[in-house]
Design a binder for this molecule. Sequence first.
Ligand SMILES: [Zn+2]
Length: 180
Amino acid sequence: MVKTKVVDDQTYIDKSVLCDIYQHAIENYPEECCGLIYGSELRKCRNIQNDLYAEDSKKYPRNARQGYTFSFEDMMFLNRNLDGENPVNIIYHSHPDVGAYFSREDYKRAVYEGNLIYPVDYLVIAVEKNNVSSSKLYRFKKNEFIEFMEYEGYQELMCEKINRKNQTNHNNAVSCIGVV
Ligand SMILES: [Zn+2]
């Protein structure tokens, strides 16, 4: 299903957003994480796949290590947001220990009767214990997903530094509110 590999140095996702997503993937390991990117904003979503699996493992044979399903609230957000001014442009999820590729299951969830269900690109994150080795962005073209971009991993992007900085800023903001 993945046809061509087009890698260039275009920055399509903000580095800080990407590092935040990598952190999300690492925290959810060994389960899959999922979320939404809209411009420079990020929504970390709740993967309810384990709940579905517990409810009916025949109907939902995958647990959260093998799949993802957005929570009802996240789906509501997505549907509302797509009509807004800053619509979601990327849906992301992680692949624990199996690398970044666009699976048959991923395709089934993204496409209905030959058309994209949501007008977005898909980011797949290759996560291992305490690390993200890379991530790949897929775009739907002529019935197939092409690998549109490949991003460096957690260490190459020096995410630890970026995330720590974000954390500090966040703490500062909280203490400012306290003072006010
Ligand atoms: Zn997948």
